[in-house]
Design a protein around this ligand. Structure first.
Ligand code: FAD
Length: 321
């Protein structure tokens, strides 16, 4: 108990110190961080969110937030440290769905055999994140809530058609992840709400697969330059269903509905994958042409898309179709 209190005080002092340093640097008198609250249950967290609303900022693993603080890009001056809320730190394999508590770390996803075997694209995305230190601290809720276009676990969650469970003093509601993001880092989250968990249906049989590929500058510590997640359901070589999501290829991680509609119902073949990759590239061009990075991204994104599809084709078992 005594040790916990000392630890909390130490964390609090650390943030105050960062704030003081920043303000000395800029010649300001007031510290940017007014207060840090450490909570251990959802009720206390949402009560504080209700009280402070836009002034509040959640701290989960802190891997993004500490960078924002250093760069003076933090959104709120009241930090609510939720890292101790146990009920948000679990992976539940339920009968109908898989639910990841918002405080589940990338490492916990990587260590989960069920996810590795059955939700491979999400597992690969979690495994590709940063370094072991970042994977141990960074959470899935933070990855979603930070609203970066390059958040690695978001494309596979979009391709899985995931739903967020969010909570505030007004109660609980669900938000489809595909409706969560808007331009310039905006999200559908109200200032008094926080993400409690993210859930998605089981892949029902061996005909359904989820894949993920990423092209980073280098493996360790690389924020992804381009990523693509694909959910594919194939029966007798015919593509029954497909969901595609791109990372770092727009203002936020994004579903590629036009390409999905083009691909659905077609027969899977090497030739068709080439055609589909062209269609994917055309869809991206509408968003990205004119940007300096487009000539590079044009070629690279086709390669990443084809790799994601082929990773699924290779795991597709015709005996189970
Ligand atoms: C060196 C380095 C390498 C990295 N590499 C990668 C990488 O390869 N791939 C990648 O995707 N990311 C990477 N990141 C970014 C970061 O690690 C992830 O985005 C991580 O998931 C953030 O989670 P967190 O728990 O640390 O979030 P925090 O930093 O605690 O919070 C981030 C934001 O999300 C909000 N938030 C947190 N939890 C919730 C919640 N439950 N409800 C609502 N909002 C919430 C916070 O208020 C804050 O605005 C890297 C970061 C660093 C510093």
């Amino acid at each position: 108990m005594q040790t916990d209190l000392l630890k909390d005080r130490w964390i609090s002092l650390k943030y105050e110190f960062i704030g003081i340093l920043r303000n000395i640097k800029w010649g300001r008198y007031f510290v940017a961080i007014e207060k840090i609250h450490k909570v251990s249950n959802i009720g206390d967290a949402i009560t504080l969110l209700e009280k402070y609303k836009e002034k509040a900022e959640l701290l989960a693993g802190g891997t993004d937030l500490l960078v924002h603080l250093r760069e003076e890009k933090n959104r709120g001056s009241i930090i609510i440290d939720i890292s101790n809320i146990r009920e948000m730190k679990k992976i539940e394999i339920k009968e109908k769905e898989i639910v990841l508590g918002a405080l589940t770390t990338f490492s916990e996803i990587v260590q989960n055999d069920y996810i590795k075997e059955n939700v491979t694209g999400l597992w690969k995305a979690a495994k590709s994140v940063g370094s072991p230190q970042i994977r141990n601290m960074g959470t899935i809720g933070g990855n979603i809530g930070n609203a970066s276009p390059a958040a690695d676990t978001v494309p596979p969650l979009l391709a899985l058609d995931a739903t967020l469970r969010v909570m505030s003093n007004d109660g609980e509601r669900s938000i489809k992840l595909c409706e969560f993001y808007g331009d310039k880092g905006e999200t559908a989250l109200k200032p008094n709400e926080m993400i409690i968990s993210v859930g998605f249906s089981h892949l029902k049989n061996r005909r359904e697969h989820i894949g993920f590929e990423k092209l980073g500058v280098r493996n360790a510590l690389a924020i992804s330059k381009i990523s693509c997640a694909v959910y594919l359901e194939v029966q007798d070589k015919s593509i029954n269903n497909i969901r595609i999501a791109s990372g770092a290829l727009g203002g936020y991680p994004i579903r590629e509905y036009i390409v999905e509609d083009f691909i659905k119902g077609k027969v899977l073949s090497d030739e068709f994958i080439e055609v589909a990759a062209m269609k994917y590239s055309e869809a991206l061009e509408k968003r990205l042409s004119g940007r300096n990075s487009w000539p590079y991204k044009k070629e690279a994104s086709k390669g990443v898309f084809k790799k994601a599809i082929y990773s699924l084709v290779n795991s597709y078992d015709p005996n189970n179709s």
